[in-house]
Design a protein around this ligand. Structure first.
Ligand SMILES: CC(C)(COP(=O)(O)OP(=O)(O)OC[C@H]1O[C@@H](n2cnc3c(N)ncnc32)[C@H](O)[C@@H]1OP(=O)(O)O)[C@@H](O)C(=O)NCCC(=O)NCCS
Length: 137
């Protein structure tokens, strides 16, 4: 693992893992980017719900998405994340997904992104949940 990857992961938590299967590949035989985006969006949504103890959230943006290297069938994808900031109704997270080869211990960055979720009220409109929320330490 490079020094840069080690630094990025140092304050992140493991969110979820996936094994890349043949059905997840594109016609180059690499992991399809849309599949990777759906894994990070879903994984980070559950991570955020758990951290904030509120489940009525929607994704409003995925920013600074960078595909760093391809993943292949049989690779273990580990998705790491952290909360970056709270707004009034929104919460922005940072995610980095890597391949982690348990045999060689090689870790390679696959994708990174910042994902923002918005808390909705019962009316389906943004709800300023974080006015009364004390983030966990
Ligand atoms: C989420 C949604 C209800 C927000 O409605 P809206 O009227 O645009 O909301 P607002 O302009 O009041 O902004 C709400 C919050 O989002 C933030 N926001 C708006 N646009 C944003 C963007 N491009 N990136 C990051 N945050 C953004 C605002 O800063 C605000 O945050 P704050 O309350 O913490 O200050 C609406 O855009 C929506 O329904 N989008 C579709 C969501 C969806 O279907 N996602 C995919 C499936 S989960």
């Amino acid at each position: 693992m490079s020094e840069s990857t080690r630094n990025k992961l140092s304050d992140m938590e493991l969110v979820t893992q996936h094994l890349v299967q043949p059905d997840d590949l594109n016609y180059h035989n690499n992991l399809f980017g849309g599949k990777m985006l759906s894994w990070i969006d879903e994984g980070m949504a559950m991570f955020v719900m758990t951290k904030i103890r509120y489940t009525n959230i929607v994704t409003i943006s995925m920013d600074n998405v960078v595909f760093r290297s391809p993943a292949r069938a049989g690779d273990i994808i580990q998705i790491y994340g952290k909360i970056m900031k709270y707004g009034k109704s929104s919460v922005t997270s940072k995610t980095l997904a890597v391949t982690n080869n348990p045999q060689t211990q090689k870790i390679s960055e696959v994708i990174e992104s910042e994902i923002t979720y918005v808390c909705l009220g019962e009316n389906g409109k943004p709800f300023a949940y974080f006015r009364n929320f004390n983030p966990p330490i």
